[in-house]
Write a protein that binds this ligand. Structure first.
Ligand code: ADP
Length: 486
């Protein structure tokens, strides 16, 4: 396995934080455990020496404690000579002043040897003292002093701790080995996992860089990714797909809009040149040309207005001037504006809305713009002989207006997309792909909703619901505004 460490990389961070924290925790735990084992062994050694000392002091020395120094010395010599555990420990007998009288080793004892255990025994209520330290030749020892009755002297047992320490070293090595094994196990379990995450993130990062360079086809390879990381990769790919689509929609939009602007400009230029050439010779053709120039200029102006509206919406700068309006009067106006065109296109108009005014807070220009836009689509995407049906109903404080046509319809997979900016299904019909996006936003700004239902081949119904003010219905209902023209 090859380690990849990068300055501040996840691997390194994980190693520093998680792994080191775990290692420290293990070290503390095992050090505690080791300290406990050491204490247990030393205490056990002490308890053995202590049991032996108490036994000897109480039983052996009693016959020699008649108060004379001579008897005591005889007892001490006899005791050390007969001491059976000489191989395991050394025993000294001290006089009442703490001066060594005799030793089981038979060597003379230097009277200046430090004996902290003796000092402790003197100040202890148990009359016993323990000391762990090093003797004159640097060997680690445990010395236990037990005072004799009436403090006439003391017995000092000295045992080497080397055997125990050797055993403890064995324990320490086992514990360190076990800790290292545990750490290795944790590393073995976690490192591949972290490495797979780091690898996946690196792959996502590389794809993001490719996307950033404009390669919209770049996708994250999801093989080997699991759980949340694979979800992230999938979401990333979806996002890349959406971005790519948005980019291609934008490019399409630029070519569409250039084309849409060029068509009326070509007509205007052509007719302008024709009129200049004709001079005063053909007033009829001149008048026809002038009308075309005016109507194409109007088309251009409408298109530019729509683009400006769209850009205002994108920048969040679209403003609506709310006043009290009769929403049906605005619908009447929109229908009136387009009525001639509807008839010219050979379509039947069915218009059926309540006759009484329906007040609402709205921007009359923007509300009319929405209606014109929807009726314009109902005409554009219709077929000769088809119908444009506009119905309105009051549902409580909601006015619901239906704009229905019997045109080509919209495929189910595109229904949710047609409200998106730049989206167009049919590029043979004039349009910019932003009309519905603008209409939807304007309706939303009026607190309403715009819904689209469509069946391919049958037609489309755009339903606009607008919140209106409470309407006082006339006592004898007036006939509804109805218009059916062919
Ligand atoms: P456009 O300027 O292209 O008409 P819109 O935003 O108004 O832009 O509409 C977006 C797309 O939705 C259109 O290109 C068309 O494909 C589809 N569309 C909108 N209205 C209708 C409708 N009444 N019938 C069929 N398709 C429609």
């Amino acid at each position: 396995m090859k380690l990849h460490f990068r300055q501040g990389g996840m691997n390194r961070r994980w190693l520093l934080s998680y792994f080191v924290a775990f290692a420290v925790l293990l070290a503390v735990l095992f050090a505690g455990l080791f300290a406990f084992i050491v204490k247990y062994h030393y205490d056990y050694a002490y308890s053995l020496i202590d049991a032996r000392a108490s036994d000897l002091v109480n039983n052996y020395f009693s016959p020699y404690l008649d108060g004379t120094e001579e008897s005591f010395v005889i007892g001490a010599v006899s005791f050390t000579e007969n001491f059976s555990d000489k191989s395991m420990m050394e025993v000294w007998v001290l006089d009442g002043e703490g001066q060594p009288i005799v030793s089981s080793s038979g060597f003379r004892i230097d009277s200046g040897v430090p004996m902290p255990d003796y000092t402790r025994a003197l100040s202890s209520t148990t009359e016993k003292g323990r000391w762990i330290g090093r003797n004159g030749i640097g060997e680690k020892i445990m010395a236990v002093t037990t005072l004799l009755p009436d403090r006439v002297g003391a017995v000092r047992f000295i045992s080497s701790l080397q055997g125990i320490d050797r055993q403890l070293l064995g324990f320490a090595l086992i514990i360190i080995g076990f800790a290292a094994l545990l750490l290795f196990g944790v590393w073995l379990l976690n490192y591949p996992f972290i490495r797979s995450i780091v690898r996946s993130l690196r792959r996502i990062n590389e794809t993001a860089t490719e996307l950033g360079k404009g390669d919209w086809s770049a996708r994250v390879n999801l093989t080997g990714m699991h759980d949340e990381v694979s979800d992230l990769g999938r979401s990333f790919n979806n996002m890349a797909g959406e971005l790519g689509q948005a980019e291609s929609l934008k490019n399409d939009f630029i070519s569409t809009i250039s084309h849409e602007l060029r068509t009326p400009l070509t007509a205007i230029k052509g007719w302008g040149e024709t009129i200049i050439q004709l001079g005063d010779t053909d007033p009829e053709t001149t008048s026809k040309g002038m009308n075309i120039i005016v109507s194409e200029s109007q088309r251009l102006s409408d298109m530019v207005e729509e683009l400006l509206d769209f850009s205002r919406i994108q920048n969040g700068q679209m403003k609506v001037n709310m006043t009290k309006i009769d929403v049906l009067a605005e619908l009447d106006d929109a229908v009136f504006t387009l009525k001639d065109r509807i008839l010219r296109e050979g379509l039947e108009l069915i218009y059926n809305v309540p006759h009484y005014p329906i007040p609402m807070q709205g921007d009359p220009v923007r509300i009319r713009q929405v209606f014109v836009n929807l009726i314009d689509n109902a005409v554009k995407y219709n077929e000769h002989g088809g119908k444009v049906i506009i119905l309105a109903e009051l549902h409580g404080t909601d006015l619901v207006i239906y704009f229905t046509d019997t045109g080509c319809g919209i495929a189910p997979e595109n229904i949710n997309k047609v409200k998106n900016k730049f989206f167009r299904v049919n590029s043979t019909v004039h349009g910019t792909g932003i009309g519905l996006a603008v209409a939807d936003e304007l309706v939303r700004m009026h607190g309403g909703t715009l819904e689209i239902n469509s069946v391919v081949g049958d037609g489309t119904t755009v339903t606009v619901t607008l919140p209106v003010e409470p309407v006082e219905l006339p006592e004898s209902p007036l006939p509804e505004r109805t218009s059916t023209d062919e």
